[in-house]
Each structure stands twice: as C-alpha cells, then as structure tokens.
Design a protein around this ligand. Structure first.
Ligand SMILES: NC(=O)c1ccc[n+]([C@@H]2O[C@H](COP(=O)([O-])OP(=O)(O)OC[C@H]3O[C@@H](n4cnc5c(N)ncnc54)[C@H](OP(=O)(O)O)[C@@H]3O)[C@@H](O)[C@H]2O)c1
Length: 222
C-alpha cells in the first residue's frame, strides 16, 4: 500500500481522491492551507477504518513547503504526490487584478513546482514513486475568459512533459491529468460557468483517475 500526499485535499477533487485512495487501503497525507476541512477529511477516513494525516501548508511559499515536506518525510514513507491544489479567476484579462493574476501563477505554477521539487529527493530513494499533476482541459486548449488560468495550466503541462523526459529510466513516473469542468467549491463566487448542472462530479473524476492511472504520462478525461 502507498502513502499518498494530496494537495488541496480538504475540498472538491482532492477530498474525493483522499477518500477513495484511503478506501483502497492507502494512507493519505492531506494538505492545504485551512486545517479544518483537512481534519474533517481525516476524521471521515478514520471513521471508515482508513488511515490519514493532515498538515497545513501554503504551497505558494517555498520555505513552508520544504519545512512541511521534511516533517512529513520524518514520519511517513510517501511514495505518491498528487499536485491537485489550484485556483481560478475568470473573465476578460482587463478585468483581472494583478493580485488575482499573481495568486493563480503562484498557486498553480509555483506551488506545483515547489511541491514536486521538495518531494523529489525523497522519491529518488524509494524503489518506486509517482507524481500526478491535476491539470485541466484548459492546459490543452485556450478558452475565452480563461487566459491566465489557461496559461498556468499550459505551464504545468510543459513542466509535466519535461519532467517525464528528465525522469525517464528512473523509479519515478509523472502523470498529467486533463479533465473538464467539475462541480466543486472551485466555482463558488464565480459566474463563469452558466449551468453547473452540466459539470461532472468530482467523485466520478476521482474514480476514473484511480481506476485508469497506471503511471502513464497523460490521462485525458473529457
Ligand atoms: N472544478 C473544475 O471545474 C476543474 C476542472 C478542471 C481542473 N480543475 C483543477 O482541479 C484541481 C482541484 O480543484 P477543485 O475543483 O477540487 O477546487 P477546490 O475545491 O477549490 O479545491 C482546491 C483546493 O486547493 C487548496 N489550495 C488552494 N490554494 C492553496 C495554497 N496556496 N496552498 C495549499 N492549498 C491550496 C484549497 O484549500 P485551502 O483554500 O484550504 O488552501 C482547496 O482545498 C485544481 O487544480 C483545479 O484547477 C478543476
């Protein structure tokens, strides 16, 4: 059984992945900024007889990431990192504030890269390890009113593809996952999606990721 670290595990897709991985007997390390939703997920997993631990961190801050990953590595033999945490601000470029632009880039791009860089030295000492990057179809195609969000997701696509090549022949696999819209708190406070009923459930997407992911470099779920 694996020990799986998941960023953004307190809500949405990350929470579903945490519950389903734990249901299969894996240990979950639930990560995010707010400790309370993470503790709720840990409690739910424990009540179902699974094993999980919560650590609060802000993936935008490199020092926080390194310190937290070092602490986690002292207590757990993590063999899989799911870079799931991400944020989105939508609308014409002229309507986005510099703060919103920076937040998206720092979370989606820097955060994913920092987490991966921090776990990599540990993973290289394991017989086998996995990095799963949750991207979006916005990492495959540009979309109206999604310019900066799509730019961050294209960046992680490039990161994933390059890292796959860099780690070829090692014990570490990299999987980039591209999915369409999901009904999660990601859309709270946004009117970018007109009909949320058309969105897929994060439970269904998590199930697909877990069932179909076998270390391949790319998964397109749309
Ligand atoms: N929903 C969609 O339609 C959709 C479609 C395709 C791809 N995606 C991608 O799927 C991933 C998961 O999104 P979701 O839909 O499940 O949204 P969500 O429910 O809003 O989850 C995002 C999670 O990321 C965490 N997070 C945000 N900033 C963070 C930071 N600086 N440090 C640590 N954790 C942070 C949040 O927790 P805290 O606020 O407590 O930190 C939250 O739990 C994202 O990468 C998103 O881009 C979403």
């Amino acid at each position: 059984m694996d020990v799986i670290a998941i960023t953004g595990a307190g809500t949405g897709l990350g929470k579903e992945l945490a519950l389903q991985y734990a249901g299969q007997g894996h240990t979950v390390i639930a990560l995010g900024r707010r400790i309370s939703p993470l503790l709720d997920v840990v409690q739910e997993i424990n009540q179902l007889g699974g094993k999980a631990f919560a650590y609060s961190l802000d993936i935008r801050r490199y020092e926080d990431v390194v310190n937290t990953v070092d602490m986690i590595a002292k207590h757990h033999r993590v063999t899989c990192l799911v870079n799931n945490a991400g944020i989105g601000h939508f609308g014409p470029l002229s309507s986005l504030s510099v703060q919103q632009i920076d937040d998206m880039i720092q979370t989606n791009v820097n955060g994913t890269i920092y987490m991966t860089k921090a776990f990599l030295p540990y993973f290289l000492t394991m017989p086998k390890a996995k990095i799963i990057n949750i991207i979006s179809t916005a990492g495959l195609r540009g979309k109206v009113n999604e310019s900066v969000y799509a730019a961050t997701k294209f960046a992680i696509r490039g990161f994933s593809e390059s890292l796959t090549k860099e780690l070829e022949g090692t014990n570490i696999s990299v999987t980039a996952v591209y999915m369409g819209g999901m009904d999660t708190p990601f859309w709270h406070g946004s009117d970018h999606i007109k009909d949320r009923l058309r969105l897929r459930s994060p439970k269904e997407i998590a199930k697909q990721i877990i069932a179909l992911e076998h270390g391949q470099n790319e998964m397109i779920l749309s």
